[in-house]
Design a protein around this ligand. Sequence first.
Ligand code: ADP
Ligand code: 5GP
Length: 197
Amino acid sequence: MPQLIVVSAPSGAGKTTICRRLVEKVGGLAYSVSYTTRKPRPKEKEGVDYFFCDRPRFDAMIEAGEFLEWAEVFGNYYGTSRQWVFKQLENGLDVLVDIEIAGARQIKNTFPEAVFIFIVPPTFEELVHRLELRGTEGESELRQRLEQARTEIEAHKMYDYLVINDDLDRAVQDLVTVVQAERLRLPKSDQFWRRFF
Ligand code: ADP
Ligand code: 5GP
């Protein structure tokens, strides 16, 4: 059975970097590109990193029930396309969604069989360091992200797996292992056995 894999991490933990590498390494895994009202960062591309849209369009999509989940993060809106995700699953692909905790909680309520992975840097200090080094946020936005990170880390208990992003290659390999192990899980539906006999 194709799986929905939810990855969350405090901003700056390395989630984007790891997820991109994971998709390159593991076949049959489709990365969900979210919609956001946030402005693109210098290297970000439309349709690759996000679908960038304005608030009226985002609101219309909420209204039309187009999001599997959505959340407001740091004053911007982010959402996952319901139709896209289900289409991939129907086509037999596993789907990777990279979302924050409030969105993950919505998926846990509507799609409890999804797999939940939480990524953290080795220490909080390292998180501060990475965000400063990335340099994509101003001082006040950076503080806001660190504040939020503390809250998110404290709420990690709903996740199934914890991956520590110390050495990047190691963290990617840990995620590969999780995906492979999940693919070997005893099927949750009878479909496999019906086909077997
Ligand atoms: P997120 O998507 O979780 O906000 P990013 O993937 O943008 O985080 O990573 C934040 C910064 O940390 C980036 O500059 C990235 O290159 C760097 N980074 C990611 N993983 C590691 C690691 N294991 N060691 C050192 N730096 C890392
Ligand atoms: P960033 O602005 O750094 O790209 O993302 C900020 C936060 O929003 C990250 O924690 C990221 O995982 C989260 N995010 C990205 N897309 C979505 C989405 O579609 N839904 C939700 N709930 N969060 C998202």
